[in-house]
Ligand binder design. Sequence first.
Ligand code: GTP
Ligand code: SPV
Ligand code: MN
Length: 590
Amino acid sequence: MLTNNKNVINWVDEMVALCKPDNVVWIDGSEEQLNALREQAVASGELEALNQEKLPGCYLHRTLQNDVARVEDRTFICSRDEKDAGPTNHWCDPKEMYAKLTPMYDGVMKGRTMYVIPYSMGPIGSPLAKVGVELTDSIYVVLNMDIMTRMGKAAFENLGETSNDFVRGLHSKADIDPEKRYIVHFPEDNTIWSINSAYGGNVLLGKKCFALRIASYQGKNEGWMAEHMLILGIENPQGEVTYISAAFPSACGKTNLAMLIPPEVYSKQGYKVWCVGDDIAWLKPGKDGRLYAINPENGFFGVAPGTNAKSNFNALESTKKNTIFTNVAHNLDDNTVWWEGLDKNPPENAIDWLGKPWNGKESTEKGAHPNSRFTAPAINCPCISPEFNNPEGVPISAMIFGGRRAKTAPLVYQSFDWNHGVFVGSTMASETTAAAAGAVGVVRRDPMAMLPFCGYHMGDYFAHWLEMGEKLGDKAPKIFNVNWFRTDDEGHFIWPGFGDNMRVLMWIVDRCKGNAEAVETAIGYEPKAEDINIEGLDITVDTVKELLTVDKELWKEEAKGIHEFYGKFGDRLPEELSRQLAALEERLAK
Ligand code: GTP
Ligand code: SPV
Ligand code: MN
């Protein structure tokens, strides 16, 4: 045991009595212990060691075909009152859910080992950090948690001997039976139960389950925010850094934006981009009244397909050592990995994500699953921010919302003020991706990119955003919306995206500093097309103009869709948002 904390010990005892593992191993985080686990996982086939010269410390893992993404329809928020889960979450009475799952956990770890993982979300010692303990029967989970969190003994030091403020996570692979898969949150008990999955967001309980679903609930009660946001800093040639956070739905470009390489027109002037985080931000007002953000994670669980030296050099570099690859193709010629979009040279002698022999030159099947991922330590990232471990976090000047919209949303616009920005975030919509099980490419509302991650009633969540704005007053970040995904009539993306998104960020930074003009439109402030720097691009100002058009007819349709969406929230929809919608309709009618 690594702690004298009775709350931890009693709970672990209880869960051991329930799951009945043959052994219980407390994870102290030492390299010795982790190496032994790596060896064990390789011996059992759970992991395959990759080419240790080309990819030192790297391993490959495959999950079952039925277990490759988050499962939103099996994810529950079990608040005591159904109304507190709200219309966007699946709910079940906590008593009923405990009663249903307890027999499933009973004896589930017989013949297995239970690992007790203490971890900190956020830098150890940070006033914004929080402790969790995950119990799991999966070595893969232990090794991923080691990369994704500050894991081990030190996390308990942060908790102290008497505190009860830790999140209790219980995970078992069980039989990986999709019919009995449950990802369940009890926000009022600080508890997460996950069973019958062994994939990413379903089982790395510090990530979506704690750092978003439970933490969003805690944040509402404690006056802070947990958001599905990247955090980046743009350093100008004078050395001043402006920090931006951005919420895009799953697989819509957070990792890519967070580590972008500035186009030459900026790099030659001395601009730099620093990555603080690529998926989750915890934000809290600081002593000076501004909003400060930390990245609660310690690594990246990033989408592999599409990652290459050109699209995201920094992410690719991050995966060159001490990384776990999940569901990518295995190149047998040199024992490395491959995925669609890595390069134009797929291996001929390979194993695909399903574990079958695969010839990438001939096969029409994909070698890697579209939601295949890498788990890479943040410190590997060449542009990791010097502030990454700053316990106080970084001050946020701008917050950006965005999604995949083929038509409606323009390249960029700024909200009129905070409340209007909350309206813009609350009405976000995006095409679905492979990050969650289900249809891909269907437009759905995904407020603040939090639809699958808000641990309480989304109407109350909107109210919390409005309250935070009141608290922050004129120190509140400015709010923007972007869309890198507008397409032409042939369905091609019009905007080059990736590193060139910096050109849009620069307008945003200039707006924050009062250095750029804007044009007022029905939906918000837009840049003048000439104010987006296209030097070095093969697109024209007219293309930028086209990207900035606001089609009033489309937006009138949009407003109808928003009415319908808002209707779900009944009297828990803040009146301010109804007013914002009415104001938008008035502006569109003009
Ligand atoms: P999660 O980890 O699921 O939360 O996703 P994310 O938001 O971090 O998404 P990520 O950056 O991994 O991008 C997902 C996909 O979008 C990849 O296939 C990228 O190649 C693609 N993508 C990212 N940025 C851009 C862009 O600016 N333009 C275009 N066209 N595609 C992009
Ligand atoms: C997402 O789906 O938004 C992810 C991947 O970041 S997972 O951790 O699986 O949720
Ligand atoms: Mn995510």
